[in-house]
Ligand binder design. Structure first.
Ligand code: PMV
Length: 311
């Protein structure tokens, strides 16, 4: 028997960074993400006669490191235990975005695995299908940010759960400027732990909540410049937590800084531009309103000429 599911990635404008409970991934602060429906992970699950679960690529070119495979199978084991099912599966997975290019894929891959396993395990154990909210809670166990990938176009997540949230901007043009495709030296799981040592951490939850409220107001009043300022402040605050941890760590590189400077200057010169954000990595996400398509194309052309890789 086999089952198939797909799930998109998401980019947080208000970042989840820091956990109240690291066993169940309860976030320390609220986060808000925009769902990236064009960046998708796919999973196929097949029952088989073996003793243990194993992972295989869904397409020939895709690969997961042994450590990533183990983390993926551990989440499947968690889901099987939840449904009290002990049979074995072969997990096939891949992403539709180039692998190994530094684009975070844990949100989409853990969301897709959870949705596929819920389909399979409900059928195999004759259990009624659970709600999307319950599926999101299960996905959260694999990777916190994965729970937001089950809602579109916007997801709001706090310690009480995750839900869809209505924001007047339903669709953006999204670009990621690739600064580096190298494997991260500090994983986001490690980052969540280490930032507890920063003197800025005590104020982080309040600061993120203030940013969230200010961003929702900026979206409501269509104050795009204010939205840009808040997003900018928010990712910088997260990266400041990294810089002030013990030991400190950084994802922003000189090349990231140069590009950020250039986008800032463009904004100053034109009085308009994209929202800018960065995750726990060196790459830069740009979000344009749909009426900024000509600008998005122009910036993409300029960046390609300057030898940046834009996804
Ligand atoms: O889902 P995790 O544990 O990999 O955490 C990711 C956190 C960030 O991507 C840095 C921010 C976010 O809210 O997505």
């Amino acid at each position: 028997m086999q089952w198939f599911a797909k799930a998109p990635s998401n980019i947080a404008l208000i970042k989840y960074m820091g956990k109240k409970d690291s066993l169940t991934n309860v976030p320390n602060n609220p986060s808000l993400s925009y769902t990236l429906n064009h960046l998708v992970s796919s999973v196929r699950l097949e029952t088989y006669d073996g003793e243990i679960d194993c992972w295989k690529p869904l397409s020939g070119t895709f690969n997961l490191s042994p450590a990533a495979q183990m983390r993926y199978l551990k989440h499947l084991a968690y889901l099987k235990a939840h449904y009290q099912y002990s049979g074995a599966f072969i997990v096939y997975s891949d992403n539709n975005f180039p692998h190994g290019n530094g684009l975070a894929s844990s949100a989409s891959s853990f969301a897709a695995l959870t949705q596929c396993a819920v389909l399979a395990l409900s059928e195999l154990t004759n259990t009624p299908m659970i709600s999307i909210e319950e599926q999101a809670n299960l996905a959260r166990q694999g990777s916190g940010s994965a729970c937001r990938s089950l809602f579109s176009p916007w997801a709001y997540w706090d310690e009480n759960g995750v839900k869809s949230i209505d924001i007047d901007y339903h669709s953006f043009i999204h670009q990621v400027v690739m600064i580096s495709s190298a494997e991260k030296e500090v994983s986001s799981s490690e980052a969540h732990k280490r930032i507890h040592t920063s003197h800025l951490y005590a104020a982080r939850a309040e600061q993120a909540t203030n940013h969230l409220n200010a961003l929702l107001t900026a979206f409501k009043t269509k104050d795009w410049f204010r939205a840009y300022q808040i997003c900018w402040q928010e990712f910088n605050d997260m990266h400041q937590l990294f810089a002030t941890s013990t030991p400190p760590f950084a994802y922003i590189t000189d090349k990231s800084r140069q590009l950020l400077q250039r986008i800032q200057t463009d904004w100053e010169n034109n009085g308009d531009g994209p929202l800018v954000t960065m995750d726990a990595g060196p790459n830069i996400h740009l979000l344009y309103r749909m009426d900024q398509e000509a600008m998005a194309n122009q910036i993409k052309r300029d960046l390609l000429i300057s030898s940046y890789h834009v996804v």
